[in-house]
Structure formats: C-alpha cells, structure tokens
Design a protein around this ligand. Structure first.
Ligand code: SF4
Ligand code: SF4
Length: 119
C-alpha cells in the first residue's frame, strides 16, 4: 500500500487545474508518476498546496505531516503536482526540488517525488 500526499501550486490548484481531477484520474489509472504503483494499492492521505510563498513550503508540508499523523492518516511519499513542475518550467517558480527532497527526507524521513500526471 502506497500512502501518498500531493502538494500542488497554490496559484494553479483549483484555479487553472480544477478540482484536482487530473491527479485523481492519474492515480486511478496509474498513469504518469503513479505508474510506479501499478502493482500496488494507493491511498491518497492528503491533497493541499505549497503555501503560496516558496518560503512556506516546508512549514506547510510540516503542518500536513502533523495533521495527518494526529488523525492516524500518515503518508510515506509526497508527490509534487505537475502544476508545481509546470510552474517551475514556465512560471519562474523558485522552489528547488532537490533541496526540498533533501529537507523532506531529513525532517520527516519521507520521499519526495517530482510530478504526478502528464495531462
Ligand atoms: S509558483 Fe511555486 S512557490 Fe509559487 S505558488 Fe506555485 S508552486 Fe508555490
Ligand atoms: S497538477 Fe494535480 S495537484 Fe496540481 S492542481 Fe492539477 S490536479 Fe491538483
């Protein structure tokens, strides 16, 4: 069982990419970065945004971690939404994915996967 959380771009989530339907589809069909779970069950434990300002990413993810733990819904892997990947490629998003992956590993012992779907 893969227990995941998805973190999207505050500026895009539910504004330009509506209702997170694309990530939900990709999970259901095991497409894009979810193909890695093709032989596994996936449970989406949390779906939220980056906190808007790049400096708020780690505090926001830490809160998500604390809340899910508090309600006994811990996750093991964080996926950065494709919205975040696109924001970096085309919108000058300043997030440093390698640095974030290292911080998530160090502070929470969890994995960070860059991306979700290809739609
Ligand atoms: S551009 Fe980057 S830092 Fe800004 S809201 Fe989107 S993901 Fe977050
Ligand atoms: S890429 Fe995924 S997380 Fe981001 S807004 Fe779209 S569906 Fe939601």
């Amino acid at each position: 069982m893969a227990k995941i959380a998805i973190i999207g771009c505050h500026r895009v989530q539910d504004q330009l990419c509506i209702a997170c339907s694309k990530c939900l589809k990709a999970i259901a069909k095991r497409e894009g970065e979810f193909a890695r779970y093709k032989d596994d069950e996936v449970e989406l434990m949390a779906l939220g945004d980056c906190g808007d300002c790049p400096g708020l990413f780690m505090p926001k993810v830490t809160l998500v971690n604390e809340i899910t733990h508090m309600i006994d819904r811990d996750f093991d892997i964080i996926h950065l939404g494709t919205c975040v990947v696109k924001a970096k490629k085309t919108g000058q998003c300043p997030l440093d994915f390698e640095q974030l992956a290292a911080l998530v590993k160090e502070k929470m012992g969890k994995e960070l996967v860059v991306g979700t779907h290809d739609y």
